[in-house]
Design a protein around this ligand. Structure first.
Ligand code: HEM
Length: 384
């Protein structure tokens, strides 16, 4: 839990502190997934990942698409009761899938979602492969997800048409310095969908919850988004400069991530016997770099249990603090950080400028060990 030691571990992969994720995760996300590789292979996969989800890609290609599908997704919520947990999960998966295979995503989405759900549950399970176990279902999910992806790739290769999405970029070598093999392409797609799923959907749901409970913050957020809308026609999408101007929105998202910690920590494994703070950690041992507690450190965040987005504006360096580990650190710092924040910001933009909402009430949200609403999180939504 020691922030300094945690940071040391994250920054020193080369000294024998490589990722140590469980066997179930490695089997189900694939052996080429970014968390399973290290050294030069990791460098190649990560550079490729950055060329697919990094800032220049978001600016030019991803944001317009996120904007378009967010509008569609938020259409027709007027005068209805929605389970915002379910809605944000669907939104996140569908929008991510659209970025990968835009044209085909609509037709495969419903079936794909079922298989992806199995994969998700199986990724954190005891690796016992007998019918009925989560692991068994997870492997089945992976097998079927792979089937979808292989068919997509085959069709693309046979077709003379070019597409403007991540799959085409991967097939045609977006990163000129390294061409992914087919296996790497499949695992890269699964990794993108997996890493951005619960993180983005849960944070979107929890932002709705915190904003509902803090009307002052909601008002300031609305003002920020209405002032952006004022400069545009109803059909005009938000652009990169609009996104960069959403200072309060970013603060709301960071504060939500801090309080509703989606990732409690990250796992590492020693490749040799190592001494850390006077303790000898034998070769092959796993280390759980538990970062959750840092989010509630009263020295960094006074009144740590209070939802106070303004703290991120009063102290602009907070996001860049040495112990800000919400997105990890070192050579594995989350490459999807900006894409995640862009997606949640776009969701909040259209949600708060179109609707007001009330909680149906009484529904439990668990914050530990996972942030989730076991029975859903229902809200009544009405147009302004
Ligand atoms: C907004 C919420 C998000 C949070 C809080 C978050 C958090 C993290 C953390 C803590 C790590 C470090 C893991 C480690 O050191 O082992 C990480 C890595 C990663 N994240 Fe995110 N993430 C978010 C969104 C996303 C999105 C939207 C994507 C992709 C579309 C993504 C893709 C990845 C990938 C590929 C890695 C592995 C990087 C590597 O091993 O080099 N993340 N994320």
């Amino acid at each position: 839990m020691d922030p300094e030691l945690n940071r040391y571990i994250l920054l020193n992969e080369a000294k024998g502190l490589i990722p140590g994720y469980p066997q179930s995760m490695l089997d189900i996300l694939g052996k080429c997934n970014i968390a399973a590789v290290y050294g030069s292979t990791h460098k190649n996969i990560r550079n490729n990942m950055l060329s697919l989800i990094g800032t220049s890609m978001i600016k030019d290609r991803l944001l317009p698409r996120i904007d378009r599908y967010m509008r569609l997704h938020l259409n027709n919520w007027d005068n209805t009761t929605v389970d915002i947990q379910e809605k944000t999960m669907n939104m996140t998966l569908l929008i991510a899938l659209k970025q990968i295979a835009e044209v085909e995503s609509s037709s495969i989405y419903e079936d794909f979602k079922v298989e992806f759900g199995k994969l998700l549950v199986g990724s954190l399970s005891l690796p016992i492969n007998i019918p009925g176990t989560k692991y068994y279902h997870g492997l089945k999910g992976r097998k079927n997800v792979m089937k979808f992806l292989k068919e997509l790739v085959e069709r693309r290769r046979e077709s003379p048409v070019t597409y403007d999405d991540k799959l085409d970029l991967m097939l045609n070598g977006v990163d000129s310095s390294y061409m992914l093999s087919d296996e790497e392409i499949y695992d890269q797609i699964i990794t993108i969908l997996y890493s951005g799923y619960e993180t983005v959907s849960t944070t979107s749901m929890m932002a709705v919850k915190y904003l509902h409970d803090h009307p002052e913050a909601l008002q300031e957020l609305r003002d920020e988004h209405f002032s952006i809308r004022k400069t545009k026609t109803a059909e005009e999408s938000i652009g990169w400069d609009d996104y960069k101007s959403m200072k309060f929105t970013r603060a709301v998202i960071l504060e939500t991530l801090r309080l509703a910690t989606v990732i409690n920590g990250v796992l590492r494994k020693t490749t040799k016997t190592i001494e850390l703070n006077g303790f000898v950690i034998p070769k092959g041992w796993k280390i759980y770099v538990y970062t959750r507690e840092i989010n509630c450190d009263p020295f960094l965040y006074p009144e740590p249990f209070k939802f106070n987005p303004w703290r991120w504006l009063d102290n602009k360096s907070l996001e860049w603090h040495t112990y800000f580990l919400i997105f990890g650190g070192g050579g594995r710092l989350c490459p999807g950080k900006e894409l995640g924040i862009v997606t949640i910001s776009t969701f909040l933009h259209y949600f708060v400028t179109t609707y007001r909402w009330e909680e149906i009430g009484g529904e439990k949200i668990l914050e530990f060990p996972r942030v989730e609403a076991p029975n859903g999180f229902h809200i009544r939504v009405n147009k302004f």
